[in-house]
Design a protein around this ligand. Structure first.
Ligand code: SF4
Length: 352
């Protein structure tokens, strides 16, 4: 049932890349909801499906993946996860590769709703490539134009000051701001300003920590907090390190091999993790261990196995069972449902 004030509801969202040797499962039955003005962190390791989840919410999964595969072919950047050209799926192969339901303000999301949603992709190449982000010739328009409502001008000025981008404003006003001349972090910061200037109700930011320094992440959080108060912005941020966002996020969803395994308040998920994978993830993060110590919690830093999850042959039952220290036969045969642990906290585990 739709909650009052719910801006986004994701129901059983799945997406896979249909290779000839079998699909690569990117996200698998993801469900969650977000209230207006709320902040949610999607936390998971590399290749856990964070980017796939965001582009699937936007209904752009097939398109982005087709572009990525074409780029990889063209640039001959074939990694072990990208098969040789003969395996590249044809257009028909993509039919049905994404499924599930996404509701925006209670309605099934369509292209028209995307006007209320801004997306900052993970890599700059996508920034250039897709029409739902800015084009090369538009670079700097949001920095130089004053043709915006006053609250957005105020938000932009705040962002420029926080990010220290005054020089770029000056270059943009002279028409000398070119994407090719920008460093990755500068591009990312300008892209974030552009996303805010679209006056979104919902902002999706994919892996902002990848190209920003620690001090710049602090600036970003200050900016997002300001935007939240000013325009009641809802935010979804993905990251592999929860420690950057502990004071900003209301809720956290832990993503493992394309599935959400635990979701709850930031405080509870970090300091009282329930799912075995969440416990491992927190105990392997030195910054989280420092936070534990400051609270007088005794816990040792543990390494997390650097294992390759083969997305073409995910284990049956609970996807974490090969790594789980308390796995039982039930875990190997049956996929766990979500159980509620009070206060809108949900965990997918047979033995929690
Ligand atoms: S369901 Fe079983 S294997 Fe999965 S996390 Fe829980 S105990 Fe471990």
């Amino acid at each position: 049932m739709l909650q009052e004030n719910e801006i986004l509801r994701v129901e059983n969202l799945s997406a896979s890349i249909p290779f000839k040797n079998g699909p690569i499962i990117c996200i698998d039955g993801v469900s969650f909801s977000l209230l207006a003005g709320q902040t949610l962190g999607i936390i998971g390791e590399r290749e856990s499906g964070k980017s796939s989840l965001l582009i699937s919410i936007l209904g752009q999964f097939e398109r982005v993946m087709q572009f990525r595969l074409a780029s990889a072919q063209k640039m001959r950047l074939m990694s072990c996860r990208i098969p040789p050209p003969t395996q590249i799926p044809t257009s028909d192969d993509w039919i049905g590769c994404a499924s599930g339901k996404v509701l925006y303000n209670g309605e099934v999301i369509t292209q028209e709703h995307l006007g209320g949603i801004s997306f900052v992709p993970e890599d700059n190449q996508q920034n250039v490539a897709f029409e739902f982000v800015r084009r090369e010739r538009d670079m700097g328009v949001t920095l130089r134009s004053d043709d915006y409502p006053s609250h957005l001008i105020e938000l932009r000025d705040k962002a420029i000051a926080l990010f220290g981008l005054e020089e770029f404003v000056s270059r943009a006003r002279k028409g000398k701001l070119e994407a090719a001349t920008l460093k990755a972090n500068q591009f990312r910061k300008i892209r974030i300003i552009e996303a805010l200037m679209a006056d979104p109700k919902l902002l999706l930011i994919d892996q902002p920590t990848d190209m920003l320094e620690v001090t710049e992440i602090r600036q970003l959080i200050d900016l997002l907090t300001y935007a939240q108060e000013m325009i009641n912005l809802s935010v979804i941020v993905t990251s592999n390190d929860v420690s950057f966002f502990t004071n900003f996020l209301d809720r956290i969803a832990i993503l493992y091999a394309g599935r959400i395994v635990e979701v709850g308040s930031t405080e509870a998920t970090i300091f009282e993790p329930l799912h075995p994978y969440t416990k491992n993830l927190m105990a392997s993060n030195p910054a989280v261990i420092m936070m534990y110590k400051r609270r007088g919690m005794k816990i040792r830093l543990r390494g997390i196995h650097d294992r390759h999850i083969d997305s073409t042959t995910l284990p049956s039952g609970c996807v974490f069972n090969p790594q789980c220290e308390i796995a039982t036969d039930l875990c190997r045969t049956s996929r766990p449902n979500f159980k509620e642990f009070g206060n809108d906290r949900w965990v997918s585990c047979h033995h929690c």
